[in-house]
Structure formats: structure tokens, C-alpha cells
Design a protein around this ligand. Structure first.
Ligand SMILES: CCCCCCC/C=C/C(=O)SCCNC(=O)CCNC(=O)[C@H](O)C(C)(C)COP(=O)(O)OP(=O)(O)OC[C@H]1O[C@@H](n2cnc3c(N)ncnc32)[C@H](O)[C@@H]1OP(=O)(O)O
Ligand SMILES: NC(=O)C1=CN([C@@H]2O[C@H](COP(=O)(O)OP(=O)(O)OC[C@H]3O[C@@H](n4cnc5c(N)ncnc54)[C@H](OP(=O)(O)O)[C@@H]3O)[C@@H](O)[C@H]2O)C=CC1
Length: 319
């Protein structure tokens, strides 16, 4: 007798579907692209570096399963498209390309983005705008143009990759602000676009290791220095983010919209990485009936501010 169990988790889950993954050639985006394509999806990967996209598409296409359950799959399922998400014109062209060449846009994964470490007092206006334009405005352009090009009339599912910024994001405040903006935008879109049958959610990764991600930080040990704030006591892998993205895109998540799923080994509910430099304490400005006991010494290992000053010096010395 045939099984009566119906599950979304099957090898041809995304067969016949088309996805756009920004930043799909490296790190987390590459893992998402591989998993979607392995499950039958055609995936347009979009970012600034054409060679990175082309080699990623070729490598992934080469490794994909050729058939599922004996039925042949299209051999080429990953397609590169050069696009800087900071340009509305280029984003519009990306959506047009996806619809004209691939016929539809079922899924959009806003993964492309990034930032640099700096205390907020040292972020230049140009650096601030670069991060906001990339992570917040770039996401807005992708959402808006995927909507107009396809999803408004046909529905779809969207995942925005943000960061773990529940406790603020000292040391990378520009990206914390941008991603908090994306999270709120997600809630607004979930409501405004529900009549179009569009679902939209966020994934908030913790510290996810890949060579390309780590290359943006001062030294190879930067990510490992976060281990003490991660209850899982290891870094995350890109594939662990990808699984959650595929779930949110899939019919298994058909009743989920406007939410954020952390993929962070418990980091979000644990301690902040930021260390407060010891100081004499805020002045007591109200008359109080109690006298506070004398302040002991703070026991935290050392002020993060020093680390960021050193990083700023390092960055300047490389210019
Ligand atoms: C402590 C644990 C660490 C774990 C962290 C875990 C959380 C998050 C992890 C990740 O997100 S990993 C992924 C990282 N990947 C990226 O960041 C890739 C993409 N990033 C970028 O492309 C850049 O960071 C960017 C700033 C978003 C864009 O750079 P781009 O060069 O295209 O911008 P420009 O328009 O040229 O302007 C750059 C402007 O920005 C300032 N700036 C850039 N880098 C630094 C830096 N390292 N330090 C200080 N300031 C920086 C600067 O003002 C630049 O202008 P100019 O000085 O060049 O005129
Ligand atoms: N790794 C981690 O620990 C965490 C990562 N994240 C976020 O996850 C996402 C993926 O990061 P990850 O894979 O780790 O790191 P990567 O550095 O490997 O990926 C960043 C990707 O974004 C693309 N990108 C950057 N700027 C633009 C732009 N202006 N237009 C189009 N594409 C752009 C890059 O491609 P190209 O250079 O070709 O443009 C690259 O593929 C990012 O948004 C990141 O901030 C969030 C939390 C933690």
C-alpha cells in the first residue's frame, strides 16, 4: 500500500521553480544555491564579481544530480548574473532577466551583503552609506522589483538573511541598524503582500564560517574568538543556514510569514560579545534612601573598544 504520509522533504521539492539568490556564489549564498539546485530548482545567482559567479555556477552545475527517481533533471540549473544590489537599475535588470530567460521568480533570497568592523564613532559617512545602501536599500530594491516583475500576480516566497542583532550590534552598528531595518521591513511586507500570496521571512545567522566571510576580518582567528559566546561551542556551517532557508521557502512553511528564525547555536539568547570597559559608573542623579555599596572591580576580560581601535589603525595602514 502506498504511504499516506505526505512530506515536503523530497528530492524534487523545487523542480520547475526559479529562485534568485543574491551573493549566491560564495559562503552562505553558495550553500543555499547548491541545496536549491540539488532539489531541482533553477537558481539565478547575482552579485558584483562576474568571475566568482561564473566559476561558482560552473562548479555547482558540475556536481548536481542528473536525475531524480529515474527522471532526468535539467543539467544546468545555476545561472550567473552580474548585479550590484546598490543599483536599482541593475536590480530591475536582474528581475527582468529572470522572468524573460527563466519564465518566473518563485523564490528570492536576499543574502548578498556585508560590513566592516568599526566603533560607531569612527564610521565615515561614506562607510555608513556603503553598508546601509548594501544591506537595507539593496534588499528593498530586490523586494520591490521581484514584486513588480513577478510575485505581485503569481505569489512567491522570500527569505532575507539578516544577523543576530537582538542585543544591538556594537562594533558593527551600521549593519545592526540596516538588518533591524530589514527585519521590520519584512513584517510590513508580510502584511502588505499577503493578498498576493507572498510569504516573507528572515534568517538571522550567528557566526558562520566560510573562507570568503572570514577574509573580510582582520585575521583567520577572528571567528574563533566568538566561541565563548556560542552555547553550541562551535562555529556554524553555511549548509546549516541553507537548510533553514530551504525550509522557509518550501511548502512545509506555507503558514509561516513575517518571522525570524535564528540559526546561531543559541548565541542570540546568550551573552553579548561586547565587553564594557570598566568605568566609575553612571552618577546617581536622584536622591536615594539607599547608599550603594562600594563598587568592586569589573571582572570582564578587557574592553572591546581597544580591539576596534587596533582594527581601525590596521585598516588605515592598509590604505
Ligand atoms: C567578532 C566576530 C566576527 C563575526 C561576525 C559575524 C557576523 C557577520 C558576519 C558577516 O557578515 S560575514 C560576511 C562578510 N562579507 C562581507 O562583508 C562582504 C561584503 N562587504 C563589503 O563589500 C564591504 O564591507 C562594504 C562596506 C559593505 C562595501 O564595500 P565597498 O568597497 O564596495 O564600498 P565603497 O562604496 O567602496 O565604500 C567603502 C567605504 O566603506 C568604508 N570601509 C570599507 N571597509 C572598511 C574597513 N575595513 N574599515 C573601515 N572602513 C571601511 C570606507 O569609508 C570606505 O570608503 P573609502 O575609505 O574606501 O573611501
Ligand atoms: N558569515 C556569518 O557569520 C554571517 C553572515 N551574515 C550575512 O550573510 C550574508 C552572506 O555572507 P557570507 O556568505 O557569510 O559572506 P560572503 O562574504 O561570502 O558573502 C557576501 C556575499 O554578498 C555579495 N555582495 C556583497 N555586496 C554586494 C552588492 N553590493 N551587490 C550584490 N552582491 C553583493 C558578495 O558577492 P560580490 O562580492 O561578488 O558582490 C558575496 O557573495 C551576508 O549578508 C552576511 O552579512 C549574517 C550573519 C553572520
Amino acid at each position: 500500500m502506498a504511504s499516506l504520509v505526505r512530506t515536503a522533504f523530497r528530492k524534487d521539492l523545487f523542480l520547475g521553480k526559479v529562485a534568485i539568490v543574491t551573493g549566491g556564489g560564495t559562503g552562505i549564498g553558495r550553500a543555499i544555491t547548491k541545496e536549491l539546485a540539488e532539489l531541482g530548482c533553477r537558481v539565478v545567482i547575482a552579485s558584483r564579481k562576474r568571475e566568482t559567479l561564473e566559476s561558482a555556477a560552473a562548479e555547482i552545475n558540475h556536481t548536481l544530480s542528473k536525475d531524480v527517481g529515474g527522471a532526468a533533471l535539467p543539467p544546468l540549473r545555476v545561472f550567473p548574473f552580474q548585479c550590484n544590489i546598490r543599483s536599482e537599475e541593475q536590480v530591475e535588470a536582474l528581475m527582468k532577466y529572470a522572468v524573460e530567460k527563466h519564465g518566473r521568480i518563485d523564490y528570492l533570497v536576499n543574502n548578498g551583503g556585508g560590513q566592516f568592523m568599526s566603533p560607531v564613532s569612527e564610521i565615515s559617512a561614506k562607510g555608513w552609506h556603503a553598508v546601509i545602501d548594501t544591506n537595507l536599500t539593496g534588499t528593498f530594491y530586490c523586494l520591490k522589483h521581484a514584486y513588480h516583475a513577478w510575485m505581485k500576480d503569481h505569489g512567491g516566497s522570500i527569505v532575507n538573511i539578516i544577523v543576530d542583532m537582538v542585543k544591538g550590534f556594537p562594533g558593527m552598528a551600521h549593519t545592526g541598524a540596516a538588518r533591524a531595518g530589514v527585519e521590520n521591513l519584512t513584517k510590513s511586507m508580510a502584511l502588505e503582500w499577503s493578498p498576493s500570496k507572498i510569504r516573507i521571512n528572515c534568517i538571522a545567522p550567528g557566526v558562520i564560517y566560510s573562507e570568503t566571510a572570514a577574509a573580510n576580518y582582520p585575521d583567520p582567528e577572528t571567528f574563533n574568538r566568538s566561541l565563548h559566546i556560542i552555547p553550541a561551542r562551535r562555529l556554524g556551517c553555511p549548509e546549516e543556514v541553507s537548510g533553514a532557508v530551504c525550509f522557509l521557502l518550501s511548502p512545509a512553511a506555507a503558514y509561516i510569514t513575517g518571522c525570524t528564525i535564528p540559526v546561531d547555536g543559541g548565541q542570540g539568547i546568550y551573552r553579548s560579545p561586547w565587553v564594557i570597559q570598566d568605568h566609575e559608573g553612571f552618577p546617581v542623579e536622584l536622591h536615594s534612601e539607599v547608599a550603594l555599596p562600594p563598587k568592586g572591580e569589573a571582572t570582564e576580560p578587557g574592553p572591546s573598544e581597544f580591539l576596534f581601535k587596533a582594527l581601525a589603525e590596521l585598516y588605515k595602514s592598509k590604505l
